[in-house]
Design a protein around this ligand. Structure first.
Ligand SMILES: [Zn+2]
Length: 356
């Protein structure tokens, strides 16, 4: 990321001290962190994609390496022990073997854990999977070969979950009780019955997999999740992460329907290190940023100096919901640390015998 945290100022520190320092537990585990270097790209990202995808933004795509993560953690969360679950940048233009290798190097050097990004046709378990620090997979619908519409902004990745999660990924994950962090496809998100059916199928057939919905099923708006949650909440081993959710009502619903024990705090760094907020207008999600971006609502005329970081808006929306529902200290610690720690530790301890 170019000029990482360049907009950080006194006002942000005040937010941390006044709103978050006492609310957050000492230890925090961020369940959704992308790491990459620019030379992992094996082809150029088209202009359309740069315009539509925050990660492909010229200010961001440069890199977000482990040291950048540490800078964010130390600057935005002083006095906290902020750790992460890491994975590469899942995009068609990325050499996945380089992306996965980097994550495993980071994990081995720093004693942390990561998720492996599999190709849609993934058929062979890489050597020393557990020894390389992996505790599961982060498959991604974008990696499937589908026809890209001429207007990329209208993109609806209309693929099945089984198009980008291979049988091998499912079987291996089930055998070893691994994490499967799913970014659900299709425009309708959890309002698309096919997604619900496919998730339930995974839940029924592969009971040992820890199925985690990234961005709570891409539910940035309340309407994205309001009815869909009813069909999946009884799935055992279903969890959600909070990456980029800035919406208090979504968090409140998650807490009510799943309980704090199935919610995992996640940020989606590096994008979360920009200043802005995800908003919901007429049941559609929009990014708003302090500086104009082709993928966000913004203004070059207005002075938007009072914005803070997406990552703080994520925490603020969790705090609001947890206050409304009177969650206690332990439940808050569950969301920000204990759930993630428990899941990762269980997998890592159980499979440590396979480490080389
Ligand atoms: Zn992400």
């Amino acid at each position: 990321m170019k000029n990482l945290l360049k907009d950080f100022n006194e006002k942000d520190l005040k937010i941390f001290n006044h709103e978050f320092n006492n609310f957050l537990p000492k230890r925090i585990m961020d369940f959704h962190v992308h790491l990459w270097k620019k030379d992992f790209l094996n082809k150029d990202i088209s202009e359309e994609r740069q315009k539509a995808n925050p990660f492909a933004d010229p200010d961001i795509i440069d890199r977000f390496v482990f040291e950048d993560f540490e800078t964010v953690a130390n600057t935005l969360f002083p006095d906290k022990e902020y750790s992460g679950l890491f994975f590469g940048l899942p995009a068609k233009e990325v050499d996945l073997s380089k992306a996965n290798k980097y994550v495993s190097d980071v994990c081995k050097d720093n004693g942390c854990h990561g998720l492996y990004i599999p190709e849609p046709g993934f058929d062979e378990i890489p050597d020393n999977f557990f020894g390389n620090g992996f505790v599961g997979f982060k498959p991604y619908p974008d990696l499937v070969d589908f026809e890209t519409p001429s207007d990329f902004l209208k993109l609806d990745i209309d693929v099945s979950i089984f198009d980008f999660i291979s049988k091998k990924v499912l079987e291996f994950s089930n055998e070893y009780g691994l994490i499967l962090l799913i970014h659900i496809p299709r425009k309708g998100r959890l309002n698309d019955k096919r997604n619900i059916e496919e998730l339930r199928k995974i839940g029924e057939k592969y009971k040992n997999i820890k199925v985690i919905l990234a961005h709570a099923g891409r539910s940035y708006c309340y309407e994205d999740i309001r009815s869909g949650i009813q069909y999946i909440k009884n799935m055992e081993n279903l969890y959600v992460d909070t990456a980029m959710i800035n919406n208090f009502s979504v968090n409140k619903l998650l807490m009510e329907e799943l309980g704090p024990e199935r919610i995992l705090y996640g940020s989606d760094l590096a994008v979360a290190a920009l200043k802005g907020k995800n908003i919901d207008i007429n049941n559609r999600h929009y990014f708003v940023t302090n500086t104009p971006k082709s993928w966000s609502l913004s203004s070059s005329e207005m002075n938007l100096d009072d914005f803070t970081f997406f990552i703080y808006e994520i925490i603020r929306a969790i705090k609001l919901a947890s206050k409304e529902l009177n969650l206690n200290k332990k439940q808050i610690e569950d969301i920000f640390y204990s759930n993630a720690h428990r899941i990762i530790k269980e997998i890592s301890d159980k499979n440590s015998i396979f480490k080389k």
